[in-house]
Design a protein around this ligand. Structure first.
Ligand code: ZN
Length: 280
């Protein structure tokens, strides 16, 4: 993986992640930053960085969740930053072959640019969710811009996919870029009826040398109720644009799915995961 235009330069100096995890995860999973301690498998743990951990996210966004306490043998695979014609169709093919369902946190500009892929996501039973209109850093912009990013990100989904609140596609989850939020962002999102949805494990932070090993490692680390963050989108345009090579993510995915199946776990949509237990 060789990001050519990494998003907002993270401070890597305090990372305790293994080298590959740090490099691969930097800017992808919001694990790159200060305040992390003992996150060798990419799980979020207690730390001092603002909303870089489950604890700080929970404090800023008490209505949000990172995983679900459940006894059901289910996890939720989630894909951010798409749709992207370079990767999303392959991800959809792999999910279909495995009989797995997933959630796609789409960037509004990509939704508008690739409506046919969005329609395919819906047609194949996956859940669409909001990742802002421009992949804006919600934690560092003005409140009225936060509101616009959340509202326009949702509007893009509604206009392209014909979503309606209350329909099966009406579950309203918002994942702030990099998982960075604030009490004010959470308040604004809540007013717009969007629930903060974070993650408990990141695929890209768990590189294990080759695609098969990475996929097997991630599949083995996922426990019932976990939410996996992965990325199907390599391109975001505009003010907060970024370009990443997501080919290793796509290449590892079959082994994630294979390992989950071997362990008797299946991937469901985030709304289904939430209904299976208690979001925390
Ligand atoms: Zn993102």
């Amino acid at each position: 993986m060789s990001p050519t235009a990494p998003q907002a330069a993270p401070d890597l100096s305090a990372l305790v992640l293994p080298r590959r995890a740090a490099l691969v995860g930097a800017g992808l999973c919001a694990l790159a930053g200060t305040g992390l301690a003992a996150v060798g498998d990419g799980r979020l743990t207690l730390g001092s960085g603002p909303t870089r951990t489950q604890a700080t996210r929970r404090a800023a966004d008490p209505g949000g969740f990172s995983r679900v306490r459940t006894s059901a043998p289910v996890v939720a695979l989630t894909f951010d930053d798409g749709p992207d014609p370079a990767y999303t169709p392959t991800v959809l093919d792999l999910l279909a072959r495995a009989g797995a369902q997933a959630t796609f946190f789409c960037v509004g500009t990509n939704v508008e640019a690739h409506p046919a892929i969005v329609e395919r996501i819906v047609r194949e039973g996956h859940l669409l969710a909001n990742h802002t209109h421009d992949h804006a850093p919600l934690e560092s912009i003005l409140g009225r811009e936060v509101e616009r990013q959340v509202r326009d990100g949702r509007s893009a989904l509604v206009e392209v996919a014909g979503l309606r609140a209350g329909s099966v596609q009406g579950a309203r989850f918002l994942r702030p870029p990099r998982g960075f939020t604030t009490p004010n962002v959470a308040r604004i999102a809540g007013r717009l009826d969007e629930r903060g949805a974070y993650w408990s494990l990141c695929l890209e932070a768990n590189g294990a040398g080759d695609d098969r090993s990475t996929g097997a490692r991630v599949g083995a680390l996922l426990d019932p109720g976990d939410v996996l963050l992965a990325h199907d989108g390599g391109h975001v345009s505009g003010r907060w644009g970024q370009v990443y090579d997501r080919s290793t993510t796509v290449a590892a995915l079959p082994y994630v799915l294979e390992t989950l199946a071997a362990r008797g776990l299946r991937s469901v949509r985030l709304d289904q995961l939430v209904r299976s237990g208690r979001p925390v």
